[in-house]
Design a binder for this molecule. Sequence first.
Ligand SMILES: [Zn+2]
Length: 145
Amino acid sequence: MIKDETIHFIFSVAVGVVVGYFTGHWWAIGSALLSGFLIDADHLLDYLIYTKFRRLDLKEFFDQGKFFDKLGKVYVLAHGFEYAIILIILAVIFPNLAWLFYSLGFANLIHLLYDTFANDASWPAYFITFRISKNFDHNKLWIAK
Ligand SMILES: [Zn+2]
C-alpha cells in the first residue's frame, strides 16, 4: 500500500507539473494531488462500513486492503472513470479553468489506470456505474485469483 501511494503521489505531482508548465497555473500540482493521491481517502468509508463504524484500527486499515475481501463489497465512491472523463470535458468547455480540470481529470485518470492494473481488477471495475450495476459485489468486480 505504501508503494502504491508513493506511485500515486509521484504520478500526481508529474501531472500537476505538466499542466502547470503548459498553463502557468502551478496550483495544478495541488489539484492533481487532490484527485490523484488524496482520492484514496475514500477507502476509509469502505473500512468504516466494514467495521460498522465501531472501530478505526489503522494497522488493519492499511493491511493491503484485506478488509475489502472480508467486506465483500468495493464502494470506493470517489473512484470512477466517469469523473475523469467529465473533468477532462469540463476543461475543454471552460478554457479559463482548463488548468484545474485538466489537472484533476488527468491525475484521476492515471490513478484509476494504475489501480486497474495494480489491483488485478477487471477493466470496467473502476467505472462507478459498473460497480453500481454489480451492487459493489467484490466477486463480480475483480478477476478471480
Ligand atoms: Zn485508488
